[in-house]
Design a protein around this ligand. Sequence first.
Ligand SMILES: Nc1ncnc2c1ncn2[C@@H]1O[C@H](COP(=O)(O)OP(=O)(O)OP(=O)(O)O)[C@@H](O)[C@H]1O
Ligand SMILES: Nc1ncnc2c1ncn2[C@@H]1O[C@H](COP(=O)(O)OP(=O)(O)OP(=O)(O)O)[C@@H](O)[C@H]1O
Ligand SMILES: [Mg+2]
Ligand SMILES: [Mg+2]
Lengths: 264, 264
Amino acid sequence: MRRIAIINQKGGVGKTTTAVNVGAGLARRGRRVLWIDLDPQAHLTFHLGIDPRSCSANLHTLLTRHQTLKEVRQSLGERTAVVPSHIDLATAEGELVSVIGRETILRNAILNETEYDYVILDCPPSLGILTLNGLSAANEVVIPMQPHFLALQGVSTLLDTIRLVHDRINPELRVTGVLLCMHEPNTRLACEVIDDLRAFFVPGRHAETPWAQARIFETIIRRNIKLAECPSHGMSIFDYAPGSHGAVDYQKLADEIDETGFAS
Amino acid sequence: MRRIAIINQKGGVGKTTTAVNVGAGLARRGRRVLWIDLDPQAHLTFHLGIDPRSCSANLHTLLTRHQTLKEVRQSLGERTAVVPSHIDLATAEGELVSVIGRETILRNAILNETEYDYVILDCPPSLGILTLNGLSAANEVVIPMQPHFLALQGVSTLLDTIRLVHDRINPELRVTGVLLCMHEPNTRLACEVIDDLRAFFVPGRHAETPWAQARIFETIIRRNIKLAECPSHGMSIFDYAPGSHGAVDYQKLADEIDETGFAS
Ligand SMILES: Nc1ncnc2c1ncn2[C@@H]1O[C@H](COP(=O)(O)OP(=O)(O)OP(=O)(O)O)[C@@H](O)[C@H]1O
Ligand SMILES: Nc1ncnc2c1ncn2[C@@H]1O[C@H](COP(=O)(O)OP(=O)(O)OP(=O)(O)O)[C@@H](O)[C@H]1O
Ligand SMILES: [Mg+2]
Ligand SMILES: [Mg+2]
């Protein structure tokens, strides 16, 4: 089972949009997909057409009342399900501050899961306890990034956190790759930032780190207003605008992830 | 002294870009401006041309070691200064969890400040202890938003938090307005979202709330790649690309804020 954490502490880079549409693209290939919404803002939950306020069983009750995965997940279709978020998660940092093993509660809840081919964990824009639960529960990391200057600044902090989780909690954790999102082709800024990223993520260059095999995905997600429109309809891009660039790009990415296997 | 918190828990909506360029626009009108970078990612600090790793006196030392404002701020020019952020702030949530009056440490540090006309507080994409320090220290709130569907979802949670800070800690706190950022004119999505926002923020409609007088700013900030390029040069848009739409829009906004006074 591939458990992919979609993570970047920088806000608004396309984590949720990627989580929803890669998951939907994988389901279209026949894969069974479970989404887990780790962000108290619950945007993945909304995007999948669920009102988080109506979910009395959710990620918060799993983390703080030890409900099981079966008790909190909601089926969305024959191959897909979601563990919804809830605004109560906003206080998780404080609620869990002195709980033993607080970073591995989610991991323990999903480790024996066999019903899914993919678990996709959408993380909030921070490196706090919710993201740590995501990293501890995952075996792969995908880092969406907007090719802007400030995006480069955050990468080393993010990789430090990944290394700590790998060393202390989760030795299977590896960075599969960096995904360029919201790309505006032909802008000089994007080209410069992408060059810097390529120079950094040369596979094998950082031997012995969890990102030794990380690459920049071949698929680049272009900026496309249709991707911003579909959340209000509670649909993936494939149902909302199947012919759009957004649909073409995210299906290509789902194919790339499914076909190239684990961080190879 | 007008103390403006730039806040939205949604990531990547233009908080930092707004903080830097509105501050610079106000300085160009002769105002004295102090920036405070409340985000551990320190993007405002980078954007102003400072490397946060080189600042041993910073917002973290102010909050946890009770350094004074004079000890931590760095002068940038004859009218401007900044309290830089530092990565150590990422653990502030845990470090301050049992400190008495933990939300008002910053407020106490700046309340007797008389050297500035404006204090601009750039908040991280969350509603945790750092943002709470920002809200407790401010007397005005500006909410940047991208006119996308998910942006509307977060507004009521944000306003709840503002109301709690207003009622329990800071009765002078008021929402001056909502600023539309990264606007792509002529897209249907933006028009629909803006209509929904206008229907909500009718001045006087929510009597007795801190947003009773809030409005949508007349100035709308258009999407403009120059705004994404200037952080890497450590400059405001006025130094980097004075003729660009980004410069025109942010000066217009600085003028609007300076001329229309406090939430009127
Ligand atoms: N390729 C794209 N083209 C146009 N708009 C996009 C694209 N990807 C995402 N968006 C829109 O940009 C906004 C931010 O995207 P998204 O919410 O996926 O980012 P995020 O990293 O999950 O944000 P957060 O840090 O708040 O969790 C959303 O309104 C989304 O609909
Ligand atoms: N009007 C604009 N046009 C084009 N790019 C923009 C615009 N405003 C901001 N950007 C770019 O978009 C990205 C996000 O903006 P910014 O960092 O200001 O948002 P933020 O709300 O402070 O994010 P965070 O939630 O991470 O603090 C940055 O790379 C920035 O340079
Ligand atoms: Mg998200
Ligand atoms: Mg910011």
